[in-house]
Design a binder for this molecule. Structure first.
Ligand code: NDP
Length: 516
């Protein structure tokens, strides 16, 4: 594709200001859009990223099942070229004054703000999420840049005295070139959660979004260009995990990896990089998060909030958020009331008002369907939802799964153990606080937990025993970007957010100066 053709097609994407316009644009084009890698400050023709024209991946719209664009499955030689572009940009960017880096990244946040609706529209089309949900995530992407662009203006460092002997202080410098890899559930938000701190702390990067949801990452290249990010500081390449992702993380030129995705992929990345001891690894992985509902949270004055928080935690973004509470445990005395009210609320709020989107891909839809078949085989009770029909690629009219509420699911069933990552929740009774804690912690994962209670002492007593990196009490998904974000057990290693992101993207040396 000539560069003027690709510019025209890019401007067509930017020109869509409603979902209908974007949808008609997809319908009106005989060739799906062809995404291009963004390397060295410019979009590059797909054939430069591939060794054969067959190495393209087609991406489908979850709400309709129609093809929307193709992306190159970038081959190792082209991955290497992108890494070299980032390497070449590092000496200058890492020495760029904080104030200048800050101004450029602030500009990125402003440009995202100006194009908020276009990003939300394409995110909704590409991922399947509702437009309202997409808007929330674009707002969070904007905050990622505004937060880290100002964070670096107020950094402090620690100094310590060895009386009469020495003054010591910590000096930090950017850690180098990073691989930034993100999943398909919150594409723009999670990719910018990595790019913003990485660039703010003076590193350069090669970013790879999921092959399933690459559209908003493609648009981001244009924003970086317009904001004046120097060429090579951020490179965005497309492709699948096995080819493009693996070549990226394994490269000896990569100094660190910030990865968000599934636990099995996290293990694969650990293996791929095991012999590169100094490589920074931040792994944000899967979850199977518990929601604990105590009887005191079902008194009339707070009952509505309890139901609303538990429902939001289960079904927001079709349950495709690593932090979703997909195992609900309810104190026995209020169990029947909770199941009844929760089901009624979810039917009204999510089913009748259609505030749940389609799940991200046919493959993922199939995976969820298999769990629902298992639930039916194991004689679970479906209070809402059921087993969806099998779809194939040609007939699929979209990848829709009804919000599903299950009870009577055995503790050792795969439905209670595995991360389903869809609009499926189980509800199980418990007798007392100790049992609630034991059930909540009975998981290989430890990402998040939701605690619903009005007892102040219990908030701390239980909250401090939960094996989860994030505990929300009577709320969910509240985020302050300085707080440490990350999981325990198989949910990951390392923390990101504020100074914790600084630990990921910088190296620290301690200087010892003699006391004269
Ligand atoms: P995957 O682990 O399948 O993929 C995540 C990313 O890694 C994708 O870009 C993928 O590429 C890439 N990838 C796959 N294999 C490799 C490899 N060998 N080397 C390098 N990169 C690779 O996760 P999903 O996309 O399926 O996302 C869902 C998962 O993400 C869930 O488990 C969810 O809990 C987790 N998640 C965790 C969060 C957290 O903060 N802890 C937040 C959000 C999601 P491609 O898809 O193109 O193959």
């Amino acid at each position: 594709m000539s560069s003027s053709t690709s510019d025209r097609r890019l401007s067509e994407l930017w020109s869509c200001v409603t979902l209908d316009e974007a949808s008609s644009l997809i319908d009106s084009t005989s060739n799906p859009f062809s995404l291009q890698n963004f390397v060295g400050g410019q979009y590059i023709a797909p054939h430069d990223s591939l060794t054969s024209s067959s190495q393209h991946i087609t991406s489908f719209e979850p709400k309709t099942g129609r093809p929307i664009y193709t992306l190159p499955c970038t081959q190792p030689h082209a991955v290497e070229a992108a890494i070299k572009a980032a390497k070449a940009a590092f000496p200058s960017w890492s020495k760029t004054a904080r104030a200048e880096r800050s101004a450029i990244l602030w500009k990125v946040s402003e440009l995202l703000q100006q194009n908020r609706e276009v990003f939300a529209i394409w995110e909704s089309i590409d991922q399947g999420k509702t437009l309202d949900r997409a808007r929330i995530e674009v707002d969070r992407a904007i905050s990622n840049f505004s937060y880290f662009s100002t964070f670096i203006l107020h950094e402090q460092t620690a100094a310590r005295m060895v009386d009469g002997v020495a003054l010591t202080y910590e000096h930090r410098s950017p850690a180098g070139v990073f691989a930034l890899i993100s999943p398909w559930n919150m594409p723009l938000y999670l990719l910018t959660w990595k790019i913003a701190p990485c660039l703010a702390f003076g590193c350069t990067a090669v970013a790879k979004p999921s092959e399933v949801t690459s559209m908003t990452a493609f648009l981001l290249g244009d924003i970086f260009q317009k904001a004046g990010v120097p060429p090579g500081v951020i490179n965005i390449i497309f492709g699948d995990g096995a080819t493009t992702g693996a070549a990226l993380v394994a490269s000896p030129l990569i100094n660190g990896v910030s990865f968000t995705g599934g636990t099995q992929t996290g293990i694969a990345i650990r293996r791929l990089t095991a012999h590169q001891i100094g490589k920074h690894l931040s792994l944000e992985l899967g979850g199977k998060n518990p929601t604990l509902v105590f009887a005191d949270s079902m008194v009339p004055s707070v009952r509505e909030r309890t139901i609303r928080v538990a429902a939001m935690a289960a079904f927001e973004n079709q349950g495709e958020i690593c932090l979703c509470g997909s195992r609900i445990y309810v104190e026995k005395s209020v169990y029947n009331d909770f199941v009844r009210d929760f089901t009624a609320y979810v039917r009204e709020k999510y089913v009748l008002k259609q505030t749940v989107g389609a799940v991200a891909s046919l493959q993922h839809c199939d995976k969820i369907r298999r769990y629902l078949e298992l639930a039916a085989e194991q004689k679970a009770t479906f209070h809402l939802g059921g087993v969806p029909p099998t779809l194939n690629e040609d007939e699929a009219q979209g990848y829709w799964i009804e919000p599903t509420i299950l009870t009577d699911v055995a503790k050792n069933s795969a439905i209670q153990i595995d991360e389903i990552f869809g609009p499926v929740v189980t509800i199980t009774p418990f007798d007392n606080e100790q049992e609630a804690i034991q059930l909540a912690n009975d998981s290989e994962y430890g990402l998040a937990a939701i605690l619903l209670t009005t007892d102040g002492a219990r908030m701390r007593r239980v909250g401090e025993q939960l094996e989860a990196g994030l505990v929300w009490v009577n709320c969910w998904l509240v985020r302050e970007l300085g707080t440490p974000f990350g999981g325990m057990k198989n949910s990951g290693t390392g923390r990101e957010g504020g100074e914790h992101s600084r630990d990921v993207f910088t190296v620290v040396r301690t200087l010892h100066l003699p006391a004269y």
